[in-house]
Design a protein around this ligand. Structure first.
Ligand SMILES: Nc1ncnc2c1ncn2[C@@H]1O[C@H](COP(=O)(O)OP(=O)(O)OP(=O)(O)O)[C@@H](O)[C@H]1O
Ligand SMILES: [Mg+2]
Length: 268
């Protein structure tokens, strides 16, 4: 994905002001930056959930500016939300099936050719069951989504995003609030997306995870991209350290620079 001159203001506050950014294909890119840096806003713009004041961006050579979310999903791009939006009154399997709409299920076609519709329904169900199996949620398929733990909801949200067979996946804080026991499994799923040929952009605050799975890191602060590059390089960058110092005070500096004492504790 290549994006140019993307800006978005709320009142007088310029939440996003990105001159140029590129997200490498078939790689995992981490989008990092302090709270309020504009990461979620940028996700909203790139995925068609919100409209920018200015800017253009393209994915696979096709311009996506002005295209609403349900259409970008059909074009191979999906996203998940920082705060999970699983539909509480649906069962896990029903939520999954709903994740497929937008890509398939052209109603017109279906009403003329019901047999096509039925075979498509069946395909959707098979795909949903396969993904639930993979994400270890199969035992929960008939439970209401509301009954899942926070971590299981994150898994469900990622699984549901994959219903559209995307090429480009945007994950807003996929690990946030997830029990440490589930974190590794989520990380593995993100790595799997790359193995399967997808392009991944994810927001994450934990620098250990970023370092562990990201091929490329984009750093935002105050709406702008302040650094980008491979993780080892970016985390040594003074601008990055400053950006974090601005809002996290000195609390995260050890994480960013990766300085540890002999016992493996972060140096603060
Ligand atoms: N709908 C909105 N209305 C008004 N201001 C908004 C809106 N959405 C975001 N903002 C403002 O835009 C700026 C960027 O917010 P955004 O949520 O994109 O940051 P973020 O990098 O995702 O932060 P976090 O790490 O806390 O999730 C903030 O100053 C925020 O208050
Ligand atoms: Mg956010």
């Amino acid at each position: 994905m290549v994006a140019d001159n993307i800006s978005k203001s709320f009142g007088g506050n310029k939440a996003v002001d990105v001159e140029h950014v590129e997200i490498p294909r078939n790689a995992i890119t981490a989008l990092i930056g302090p709270n309020g840096a504009g990461k979620t806003t940028l996700f909203n713009l790139l995925s068609g959930f919100d409209t920018p004041d200015t800017g253009t961006w393209e994915f696979n050579g096709r311009g996506l500016a002005g295209i609403p979310a349900y259409k970008t999903a059909r074009m191979g791009q999906v996203r998940t939300f920082q705060l999970t939006k699983v539909l509480q009154r649906l069962t896990v399997l029903e939520s999954m099936k709903l994740g497929a709409t937008g890509q398939t299920g052209e109603r017109m076609l279906a009403s003329f050719f019901p047999f096509l519709w039925r075979s498509q329904e069946n395909q959707i169900e098979q795909r949903a069951l396969g993904l639930l199996e993979k994400f270890k949620l199969i035992a929960k398929k008939d439970d209401y989504s509301a009954a899942l733990s926070g971590g299981q909801r994150k898994l469900l949200e990622m699984a549901r995003a994959l219903m559209t067979e995307p090429e480009f996946v945007l994950l807003d804080e996929p690990m946030a609030g997830v029990n440490p026991a589930l974190v590794q499994s989520l990380l593995d799923h993100v790595l799997d997306l790359k193995k399967e040929g997808m392009t991944v952009l994810f927001v994450e605050h934990d620098m250990h995870m970023v370092r562990h799975i990201a091929d490329w890191v984009v750093v935002m602060a105050e709406g702008r991209v302040v650094a980008e590059g491979p993780p080892e390089e970016v985390m040594q960058d003074p601008a990055v350290i400053d950006a974090y110092l601005g809002s996290h005070l000195d609390q995260d500096i050890g994480v960013i620079t990766g300085r540890y004492d002999e016992e493996g504790n972060r140096v603060r």
